[in-house]
Design a protein around this ligand. Structure first.
Ligand code: SF4
Length: 360
């Protein structure tokens, strides 16, 4: 079996080079080629001696996720259906498919990546939950999604790249590979992104949040709140029975924010369920005294029995939070028409007609 290089750290690649009888700095050259220059053909790594390249090509591989299909949105976003080949499927098994989304904007692009194939968390408003957990992804498979999306758009890249770990899966339930990926993304000698531009979103896995708090290198943290009371949250997020709001907000309070940093709370608005003015007032109380902002995400249509609130209701919710001193923003998701928006990632090939509630 060839050694898989993608996902390996600089230290691991240096050790690998040494184990193949080469100076360790050759490993650093491979690291730079893979993550900084996005050169994936071992035979074409012209900074390495010819004999070493030939040996690498025989004994190692770079298994980038393969683009099985692209779905282009009218807003410019691209949803990638990616076939993973880093872990060879057992006999008779299909290769694992996952999704990543590329969203270009003025001056930057945002790439939303998956950390697990499917998801075990079972949020009731999210289509990914219907897949269940297929398996955890390796660091190579996670960072590979960023590299593939950048490479596929190489000719039109804006100067800034944002990465959000918000695709399929709960990142804190696949902790080690996710943190290995974060270190590759944030290493100035690696992919070279700023910590201000990489965000990990959790459904509220409290022990994972506490562990993340100890990391020297870490992304920004977003917490998927989606409810204003335990009763409400229990009804749509079973994880709340394990880590109820009290415990979750305690973890948020002890989370060590850097001077430039705010916690983000995401709040998917479901018409008639969690979008009432009293919900907004309760949310304001929950997040009071935290350096935080709330992103309001009108529910994105899919084959689940929910509706997005009417625009007036969304605006009223935002206004109440803002008046209570909580910065709040409405985030309309990109790529709704190609099933690329928040909560829509389920390997689907066709969109679902929009359902929007009428004002009550
Ligand atoms: S919202 Fe996130 S954590 Fe919840 S089921 Fe969907 S992918 Fe998993």
């Amino acid at each position: 079996m060839p050694v898989e290089l993608l996902g390996k750290s600089a230290a691991e690649l240096r050790a690998l080079a040494a184990s193949l009888g080469e100076p360790a700095y050759r490993g650093a050259q491979i690291y730079h080629a893979l993550y900084a220059e996005r050169r994936f053909e071992l035979a074409a790594m012209s900074n390495l001696p010819v004999a070493f390249r030939a040996r690498l090509a025989a004994e190692a591989s770079v298994a980038l996720p393969r683009i099985a299909k692209r779905f282009h949105s009218t807003d410019g976003s691209i949803r990638y259906l990616l076939a993973l080949e880093c872990i060879a499927p057992a006999a008779g098994e299909r290769p694992t498919d996952i999704e990543a989304v590329y969203m270009p904007e003025e001056g930057r692009q945002t790439i939303c990546i998956s950390t697990q194939a499917g998801c075990p968390v079972n949020c009731h408003f999210c289509l990914t939950a219907q897949l269940g957990l297929v398996r955890n992804l390796t660091a190579g498979e996670i960072v590979g999604q960023v590299l593939v999306a950048l490479e596929d758009n190489r000719a039109k890249l804006a100067p800034q790249t944002n990465v959000v770990l918000m695709g399929q899966g709960e990142p804190l339930l696949n902790y080690e590979p996710v943190m290995e990926t974060v270190r590759l993304l944030l290493d100035p000698g690696g992919v070279g992104l700023s910590a201000k531009h990489v965000t990990l979103s959790t459904s509220g896995v409290v022990p994972g949040m506490d562990r993340l708090a100890q990391e020297k290198v870490r992304p920004k943290l977003a917490v998927s709140l989606n409810a204003s009371s335990d009763e409400q949250r229990n009804a749509i997020m079973p994880i709340n029975r394990k880590y109820p709001l009290g415990a979750l907000l305690e973890a948020c309070r002890r989370y060590p924010l850097r001077p430039w940093e705010r916690l983000t709370f995401e709040y998917v608005l479901l018409a008639g369920f969690n979008d009432q003015p009293e919900d907004a007032r309760r949310v304001a109380k929950l997040v009071a005294n935290l350096r935080a902002k709330v992103n309001l995400i009108p529910w994105n249509p899919c084959e689940l029995p929910y509706q997005a609130p009417a625009p007036e209701r969304i605006e009223e919710f935002r206004r109440i939070l803002t008046e209570k001193g909580v910065p709040a923003f409405v985030r309309y998701s990109r790529g709704q028409d190609i099933m690329a928006a928040c909560g829509q990632l389920a390997l689907l090939e066709t969109p679902t007609p929009a359902r929007v509630a009428q004002p009550s």
